[in-house]
Design a protein around this ligand. Structure first.
Ligand SMILES: NC(=O)c1ccc[n+]([C@@H]2O[C@H](COP(=O)([O-])OP(=O)(O)OC[C@H]3O[C@@H](n4cnc5c(N)ncnc54)[C@H](O)[C@@H]3O)[C@@H](O)[C@H]2O)c1
Length: 282
């Protein structure tokens, strides 16, 4: 590990970003590095985490880590590697997330949606209900909860242990979603993100005496590989329903994360910072 020579508002700080291999997580890792932090880019896909680091300011100051946030042993291993490399943890960004899992009923829902569109195009009243929950198996529900919620908990616990050990007034940032307020999205996804806001608020109170701050960022529709996996017509309707008329850019979410990570936001805790182009007014 090279000596830290960075300048910027986060110089001297060490940050870990989950799901840093692409999309919003990659943008967060790059932005925190640009602001002077040493960054651990943690992702299921090590090659993509390495690509993130290679694109960062001072690549040699950062590390790429592989693992699945929904397995606590893999999370422990990642934080031990971070501790070995940086000797501290100042910032955690709980970004890894998914909107689907095997056997979650989404395939059936897409089928029904196609049928409904067919009916509408033919000028008929819809002959089906577009729904997912009745087709969702236990595995599908748990798969999304495991990544979005268990993963955030495992990482938060590991980060808190390091922050508490060193008396660090750290910052934890949970990537939630505008869907918490709008209700738009699959029930397992929206429920997991709402729970993440609950985690944010309860933990902000619990760790306040350590001066550790806990906040959430609620992105609206943002142009990432996850977003590009949904049908084009949905993307067009999301753009049309957004007052600013376009999807967000991952860098725009990362700017909010950088603000919450450092001292600029020293009096902000337990909050949800909404970055959604006006797609839903909280
Ligand atoms: N894109 C949007 O419109 C949008 C809107 C609101 C909230 N969000 C949230 O922002 C976060 C990032 O979204 P994105 O669009 O960049 O997603 P993405 O699918 O493009 O990227 C997610 C990254 O997380 C990694 N990842 C997934 N599961 C993991 C696991 N179990 N362990 C470790 N890494 C894992 C993936 O490998 C990938 O690199 C998610 O939590 C998502 O719910 C996204």
């Amino acid at each position: 590990m090279t000596a830290q020579t960075a300048t910027g508002p986060l110089a001297g700080k060490a940050a870990i970003v989950t799901g840093a291999g692409q999309g919003i997580g990659r943008a967060c890792a790059l932005e925190l590095a640009r602001a002077g932090a040493r960054v651990a880019a943690f992702d299921l896909d090590l090659a993509r985490a390495r690509e993130t680091i290679a694109a960062a300011t001072e690549p040699a100051s950062h590390i790429a880590l592989s693992g699945n946030v929904s397995h606590s042993s893999e999370v422990e291993r990642a934080f031990a590697a971070m501790d070995k490399a940086f000797g501290r943890c100042d910032v955690l960004v709980n970004n890894a997330g998914t909107g689907s899992a095997p056997n979650d009923g989404s395939a059936k829902m897409y089928e029904l949606m196609a049928k409904k569109n067919e009916d509408l195009k033919a000028g008929r009243a819809p002959s089906v209900h577009v729904e997912q929950t009745v087709f969702m198996e236990d595995e599908g529900w748990r798969g999304v909860m495991a990544v979005n919620l268990d993963g955030a908990f495992f990482c938060t616990r590991a980060a808190l242990r390091l922050m508490a050990r060193d008396g660090i007034a750290g910052s934890i940032i949970n990537i939630a979603s505008t869907a918490v307020q709008s209700g738009e999205g699959p029930v397992h996804y929206v429920t997991s993100k709402a729970a993440l806001v609950g985690l944010t608020r309860a933990l902000a109170r619990e760790v306040s005496s350590r001066r550790i701050r806990v906040n959430a960022v609620a992105p609206g529709p943002t142009d990432t590989p996850m977003m590009r996996s949904i049908p084009d017509e949905w993307i067009r309707s999301l753009e049309a329903a957004t007052p600013l008329g376009r999807l967000g850019r991952p860098e725009e979410i990362a700017n909010a994360v950088r603000f919450l990570a450092g001292d600029e936001s020293s009096y902000v805790t337990g909050s949800v910072l909404v970055v959604n182009g006006g797609s839903y007014f909280f």
